[in-house]
Design a protein around this ligand. Structure first.
Ligand SMILES: Nc1ncnc2c1ncn2[C@@H]1O[C@H](COP(=O)(O)OP(=O)(O)OP(=O)(O)O)[C@@H](O)[C@H]1O
Ligand SMILES: [Mg+2]
Length: 266
């Protein structure tokens, strides 16, 4: 089982779209794929037509069980089917918003997602963890559970500032938790007609070098429509421009023979 986290502290950069589209593609290729929603807003959960206000059990219950009894129960009971073959969801509930307050700095709470995925590692080939745009216990769990972190970055004004903040945060987390973490910056929402977007892309590549994916995801308004309808765009319009880009990204991350850069630069 390969586990990827998708995170950026900046909102609206394409985290959920990246999770849904990559997972959609893999499931279409016959791979058993799980998406995990760690965002209390539950965008991914809503995408697949579950209600994050009411759903139970959800990923929240796994945290709650760990907190209450020191271990997690049966993870499969929290997993839901989606309307799509080979694609399952571990949903978020809005109660996730209370986690940081409840947990504080209690020991062992950073590994709940890792332990949950260990329990079901024989059931899935690929897992994507969609993170909320804040650094908290959910993001720390996602980082500890994944082998590669994808950081979508919108190619717009101030992108670099947000990215710098995200990388600083990651360094802090990795230093504190002492786990290695590979990462890849994924330029998103790229509008090649605008000079600003082209300049920003070039700046990203100059500054972060091989940490940046060699291609980019273009603006493709079909993503919004697919999201409204609750269908991965890869399933609705398999040859959409945006889908082609995510296919290329998938090839890049699955068939690469050298490791990705680590957050601490080792
Ligand atoms: N390549 C794209 N082209 C056009 N629209 C896109 C693209 N990627 C994402 N979007 C749209 O932009 C909006 C934000 O995307 P998304 O929800 O994936 O971002 P996010 O980083 O998960 O946001 P949040 O931080 O709120 O969780 C959505 O309406 C989505 O449909
Ligand atoms: Mg999101």
């Amino acid at each position: 089982m390969k586990v990827f986290a998708v995170a950026n502290q900046k909102g609206g950069v394409g985290k959920t779209t990246t999770s849904v589209t990559l997972a959609g593609l893999l499931s279409q290729h016959g791979h058993k794929t799980l998406v995990v929603d760690l965002d209390p807003h539950g965008s991914l959960t809503t995408y697949f037509r579950y209600d994050a206000e009411r759903i139970t059990p959800s990923v929240y219950d796994l945290f709650e069980q760990q907190l209450r009894s020191g271990h997690i129960g049966d993870v499969t009971s929290a997993i839901r089917r989606t309307s799509y073959k080979n694609l399952h969801l571990l949903p978020a509930s809005t109660a996730l918003a209370t986690l940081d307050r409840q947990i504080g700095s209690r020991d062992g709470m950073g590994l709940v997602v890792l332990k949950s995925l260990d329990q079901i590692s024989h059931l899935y080939d690929y897992v994507f963890i969609d993170c909320p745009p804040v650094l908290g216990i959910a993001m720390i769990n996602a980082l500890a559970a994944s082998e590669l972190l994808l950081i979508p970055v919108q190619t717009e004004f101030l992108a670099q500032k947000g990215l710098e903040r995200m990388l600083q945060t990651l360094k802090m987390v990795v230093r504190a938790q002492k786990f290695p973490l590979q990462h890849l910056i994924v330029p998103t929402l790229f509008d090649q007609r605008t000079r600003a977007a082209r300049d920003i892309l070039q700046e990203l590549r100059q500054r972060y070098g091989s940490s940046v994916w060699s291609s980019q995801v273009p603006v493709d308004n079909q993503f919004r429509e697919a999201s409204r309808l609750g269908v991965p765009l890869s399933i609705r319009v398999p040859h959409a421009r945006g889908v082609e880009a995510y296919s290329e990204l998938l090839d890049f991350i699955l068939h690469r023979d050298v490791p990705f850069r680590q957050v601490m630069g080792q």
